[in-house]
Write a protein that binds this ligand. Sequence first.
Ligand code: AMP
Ligand code: ZN
Length: 116
Amino acid sequence: MHTSDCIFCQIAQRKIPSEIAYEDDEVIAFKDNQPLAPVHLLVIPKRHLRSLNDVTSEQEPLIAHLFGVIRRLAGEFGVAESGYRVVTNTGTDGGQVVGHLHFHLLGGQALNATIG
Ligand code: AMP
Ligand code: ZN
């Protein structure tokens, strides 16, 4: 997929609007527009990686950085102590809809514990 066809690349490039919660050179975080919890952010690498399957060992520092961003956002959005969930859906069986690697940060209520 060319990045011009990717909705999250377009969000990262600010070509389509979103409610941005954090941004640096590598990572951007924005509010999910169909939130499943009071806090529902999507945290993504700016470069187009299709899923966790695309992450090479060279990109592992990027993912470590991204998790640091998630941890800080959990604090800023007030769920660090109450608790939260980080999810990355991967591929068809994982329920991935948008083909640009993203991590859901969910919190602000007791989350359903079921898987699948
Ligand atoms: P996934 O099933 O993990 O691929 O989830 C994709 C997520 O992206 C869903 O929770 C959608 O609500 C969210 N989403 C799709 N388009 C947008 C958008 N333009 N702005 C914010 N969130 C979006
Ligand atoms: Zn993309």
